[in-house]
Ligand binder design. Structure first.
Ligand code: SAH
Length: 213
């Protein structure tokens, strides 16, 4: 029994350490440029593994994972539409829908991933019908990343953003900044206490330099 207790204690400590390391890396991703994030994972491949285990653990505690909401949304739309999943993680979207899905991340968690910085994806201009950022709008160069999404989206194309609710200081300011970047608000789902789900349509190219904040 004592050894069973110490094993349980050890497991609990390990889980807390993992959670702490996840929060630390997560904070780094939200406070550095995407180039720095790429560098972080290149220099420390273990960081990526820890980040993803921690991410799965955290979202697993939420009543609903926003990626499932996005998958349900995609299934209601024609399978002929081309999708780009920015910061795809383990490619839940690509493995759950019939659409052609371009999956981008810094490190390949799955063979479906195209490894790149999402600020510069290997897609032609106006080649995508739906762009997705599911808990992946990170990096202080958000504006550059959203301009890249705008570039690859067709006119009228859809942009889906799911993001941690507490990260929004002011939804209206965010929606206004998105309008400057060429994305018109279509709908907002603020029903979850954990994440907000926002749908935009590409109205045109970015209008002028405006930081989404
Ligand atoms: N969309 C997935 C994973 C979200 S976790 C899901 O909902 O399950 C955020 C992901 O964004 C991580 O996999 C991280 O590696 C990726 N990411 C962060 N910055 C990135 C960047 N600059 N370019 C590409 N991917 C990035």
């Amino acid at each position: 029994a004592p050894s069973g207790r110490s094993a349980a204690l050890r497991a609990r400590m390990e889980e807390r350490l993992l959670a702490a390391r996840f929060r630390y890396i997560n904070q780094q991703l939200y406070t550095s440029t995407s180039q720095e994030a790429a560098q972080l994972f290149q220099n420390d491949p273990e960081a990526f593994e820890i980040y993803h285990r921690g991410f799965a653990q955290q979202v697993g505690r939420w009543p609903e994972n926003p990626v499932h909401r996005i998958i349900r949304y995609l299934r209601r739309r024609p399978a002929s539409l081309v999708v780009a999943d920015f910061g795809c993680g383990d490619c839940k979207i690509a493995s759950s829908v019939r659409n052609k899905v371009h999956s981008f991340d810094l490190v390949p968690l799955s063979p479906l991933v195209t490894v790149c910085d999402m600020a510069k994806v290997p897609l032609a201009a106006e080649s995508v019908d739906i762009a997705v950022f599911c808990l992946a709008l990170m990096g202080t160069n958000l504006q550059e990343i959203l301009e890249e999404a705008n570039r690859v989206l067709k006119q009228g194309g859809t942009l889906m953003v799911a993001e941690v609710a507490s990260r929004f200081e002011d939804i209206r300011a965010f929606v206004n900044a998105m309008a400057q970047l060429g994305f018109k608000s279509v709908s907002k789902d603020l029903s979850s206490a954990f994440f907000h789900l926002l749908e935009f349509a590409k109205s045109g190219p970015p209008r002028r330099r405006a930081a989404p904040g």
